[in-house]
Every structure is written in structure tokens, then in C-alpha cells.
Design a protein around this ligand. Sequence first.
Ligand SMILES: Cc1ncc(COP(=O)(O)O)c(C=O)c1O
Length: 401
Amino acid sequence: MDIFDKCLQFNDAKEAEAVGLYPFFIPIEKNMGNRVIVDGKELVMIGSNNYLGLSHDPRVKEAAIKAIEDYGTSCSGSRFLNGTLSLHEELEHRLADFAGKEAAAVFSTGYQTNLGSISALVGKNDHIFTDRYNHASIMDGIFYASGFNKGSVHVHRYHHNNMDNLEKRLKSVPHDAPKIIVSDGVFSMEGDIVNLPRLKSLADQYNARVYLDEAHAIGTIGRTGKGTEEHYNVKDNVDIVMCTFSKSFGSLGGFVAGDKDVIHYIKHFSRSLIFSASLPPSAIAAVMKSLEILQTEPEHVQRLQQIGDRMLGEFKKMGFNVGTAQTPIIPLIIGDFQKTLYFWKALFVGGVYTNPVFPPAVPPDRTLLRTSYMAILTDEDLDYVLEVIYREAKKLNIITS
Ligand SMILES: Cc1ncc(COP(=O)(O)O)c(C=O)c1O
């Protein structure tokens, strides 16, 4: 047996590609924000996480270019050693302020932020409570923590957003055992919002800390786009706020914010921060400009929320199963692998870019098309999307109305 045998025997993706039904790694030739060119053809983009459209804002692009001129294209080292610029520290101060926390730490990707922060915080004999639909980077942070601690981390996966189930699991652990509850603020596939007030009251009752991944919440929910706490109009419900820059911030990277001693600890025990090169200057400058725009121009958040409400209403009217969606992330749940693939392809040919989602990202009976909206989509774009989706879904008997 050769170790590469499994690679030669992996044919599923090649077979799908041969019949034109392979939906992954599709190269985008040009990206105009609301529209993209693929294989010479223009599509309306409803498959991006660029929620506020800021990766295409001229001011954000200009800030990134200026940072390259001032600092070069790379930091060529980790934050720990030669890779910390004054720009990183300035961004950390601004983000801590934005999140209402004492301190923040900036990582090179959102994935590394969860990986490094969770594995730094959770160790031997600790208990971590995680929603079953949490993002893979949270699960990987837990695996990583377990690996380094030889399996001694106690992992409790509770039913999605089910606070009774969370309580049952919290109850089963001694009151004085160290505990942390980790949840997405907005769930990346379902587009629904964590029941934060109830989660926080359970955390208080059972002596647990709260870690919230706001990757899809900042910029999308809350009156000014500040995320889940603002959505519920509550304060200090979260001990650690985490977010990525690859979505509403139009860049790349991520941060955690919390008490200064906790952030200081994460900075010294997070392997994905210490052993990886730091966020490049252009990415930092793009985040800083995006943050400024988010804080001073509420109209982008308002437009995004108005689009999300409209699309959710229209899809419900058409008879789609949109699950528990409440945000501008709207899954069209098909629940059948082949139908989902054919629907994705029909929309693609029809000029609409969506993302098909299959197991293990979702359970087998929840295969879906993930649609997500941006503030920069025009009414004309949305009318077009609705027309194509309605037409193709009817043809495939996904909706019958
Ligand atoms: C909830 C959540 N957390 C973390 C991440 C990781 O962020 P990034 O892709 O910026 O590394 C993602 C990315 O999709 C996400 O959806």
C-alpha cells in the first residue's frame, strides 16, 4: 500500500466535474462586487460574505494601497517576534473599544483566531459547551485543545440553539468545574441568531464563561451593525467576543476581545498566533477603514437589513423552506443531494451565483443553497435573482406555489 493510494482512488469530484456538476473551487475572473464574471459570463453574486460591500469601497482600497506603500506587502514574521507593527496595536485598541472590552488581539485569519483562542483557553479537565451548528473553526479549536491535552477536555455538544438542552448538559457538571459556552452569534448556514439572553442567564446560573463568534453578526444585525448584543439590546452578556475580518470588514484576519489579562494570556499561549506570520499591512488598513465606515455610515447596515427582510419575505411567500433564518443569510433548504446540485447548476446557468452546502457542513437531510446578501446589491439585481430562483425552483418541483 502506498500512502497516496487514497488520492488516486478519490474520484467523486472528478466525476462531477466531467459532467459539469462540480460546484467548488470555481475561479472568478472578475469581481465587480454585486456581480462577478465566471467563464466569461456575468452573474449576480448572492454567495459572498462581503455583507457591507466594503471590500469594493474605493476608500478601503485606497487605505490598503497606502499601507503597502508605507509598510510593504508583508510583515515577514509572527506577531510574537518581528511581525508586530504599530498598526496592529492601533487596530487592537480600536477593536477593543468597538467591542466594549478592555483589550483585543488580532490574528491572521478568523479560522486561526478560533483555533488559537479556544485551544489556549480550554485545557485539561475544563468543560466546553458548543452548539452543534457552530462553525468548523470552533470545533477544530476544541480538537486542537484536546489533542494538546491528550483528550482530557470535556466536550458537550448541545442541540442547535436549544437552551433546554444546554441547561441539561450544564447541570450534569459540578458547579465549580471550569466551564465555557461557545456559540456563533449568527449561525453561518442557518442564518438564525443565538438566544443570547437565555444563554447568558444559564452561564450565570451554572458558573460558565461565554465566548461568542460574531463573524456573521457584526455588520448584519443590531441597529448599527454591532452584532448580537445590540440586536437584543443587552450589555456585558459575553466574556469573549470573536470576529473575522473576511466578511463585513472587507479584509482578511480576525480578532478576540475581552478582559486584558485574558487577552494577554491568549497572546502568549495561542499557537496559531505565535507560529504564523502576522496580518499584512494592507489587510490591517482595510479593516481600520471599514471599521470607520461601519461606525459613521449606518446606511450600509440599514440597506443590508432591508434587503435581507425583503428576500426572506419573498422566499417564504414562494414556499421555500428557509428554516429559522432571521438575517441576510438565507438558506434555501432542499434536503436532497441531487436536487440541490441541479438547482445550484440551474441558477448558475441562469446568472445567479449561490453556494450549495452538503454534509459534513450540514446534516444529510439539510442539504441547502446558502444565499447571502450585500448592501451593494441593487433592486434590479434582487428582482432578477427572485425571478430566476422562482422559475428554476418550480421547474425542479422544489416549490409548488
Ligand atoms: C462563524 C465563523 N467563524 C469563523 C470563520 C473563519 O473565518 P475566516 O474564513 O475569516 O478565516 C468563519 C468563516 O467562514 C465563520 O463563518
